[in-house]
Ligand binder design. Structure first.
Ligand code: G1P
Length: 295
């Protein structure tokens, strides 16, 4: 008997309402998601990862002071017409590549910073009754193909909910959501038996953390609607996923790629170096400069 294909993942949610206090004063007027890694804002890497995964609609959960994100994904009419007049075609192409199709981006405000779970819940009307991807742009994941494309392939095989996970040093587990695994399906996919948000190091069920990429079923929204504050006094997505775990399958997917936590200064600086070294137009010129600096 052939199995019914799983409902397609067409939409992605980017929670971008966070204040970015760790990057002050840089983030006083610039949203932290607009800080650049080499020459592209952090948020654009996440959007490109979603496009590569075949996602068609981009939902940004924003907040006050985040209009630069909306403008970044809009048509910069005056700039583009000036570039056209001056014959700057390469620059025009760069700008065109930043723009979603007309009507393919939605922006909704999270009016109060009540936590990641609350931010995701704010996207419920735009997502509707279909599975969706969720990407936390701070976690920049360098992979070929990108992490979301890998996860969608796993989702197409297994259905359910898919959570990207990776191993971190044991002493860091208290900064993240942590999963416990059971049955293995393939090299990279296990079923999840338990999750805990920001556990004490001694209570963590493993060293495998939730890495900021998810494929979720829409039933998460009814759990989020009822969710009480958890770790840090915030409405936690992980707590609602724990509740859904009794009704639905959750798969942990160990993606092939490297994560740079751009919510942290060291991770952000490392991302700049790694992406610069990898760029064919910049890497060869940058490497000797870097070598010189390190000497
Ligand atoms: C969120 C999630 C957490 C996950 C982390 C990845 O935490 O709640 O489960 O491990 O993102 O960055 P936050 O970074 O918002 O505290």
């Amino acid at each position: 008997m052939s199995q019914k294909p799983h409902k397609r993942v067409r939409k992605v949610v980017f929670p971008v309402a966070g204040l970015g206090t760790r990057f002050l004063p840089a983030t006083k007027v610039i949203p932290k998601e607009m800080l650049t890694v080499v020459d592209k804002p952090v948020i654009q890497y996440a959007v490109e990862e979603a496009i590569e995964a075949g996602i068609e609609h981009f939902v940004f959960v924003t907040g006050r002071g985040k209009v630069a994100i909306e403008d970044h994904f809009d048509l910069a009419f005056e700039l583009e017409s000036t570039l056209k007049t001056r014959g700057k075609n390469a620059e025009l192409e760069i700008l065109k590549s930043t723009r979603p199709l007309f009507g393919a981006a939605s922006f909704v405000r999270q009016q109060e910073p009540l936590g990641l779970g609350h931010a995701v819940w704010c996207a419920r009307d735009i997502i509707g009754d279909e599975p969706f991807a969720l990407a936390l742009p701070d976690m920049l994941i360098k992979g070929v193909p990108g992490c979301l494309a890998q996860m969608i392939e796993t989702y197409n095989n297994h259905g359910g909910n898919v959570i990207a996970v990776e191993e971190v040093p044991h002493e860091h587990v208290n900064r993240y959501g942590v999963v416990a695994l059971d049955k293995q399906f393939d090299d990279r996919t296990h079923s999840i038996t338990a999750m805990v948000e920001k556990p004490k190091i001694e209570d963590a069920p493993s060293d495998l953390i939730i890495s900021g990429r998810y494929i979720l079923q829409p039933e998460i929204f009814s759990k989020l609607a009822e969710q009480k504050p958890g770790a840090g006094g915030e409405i936690q997505l992980t707590d609602s996923m724990i509740e859904l775990l009794t009704d639905q399958n959750f798969f942990a997917y160990r993606f092939d790629g490297k994560t740079y936590d751009c919510g942290d200064k060291i991770g952000y600086l490392a991302a700049n170096v790694a992406y610069a070294l990898d760029r064919p137009d910049i890497g060869p010129k940058f490497r000797p400069v870097l070598d010189q600096l390190i000497k």
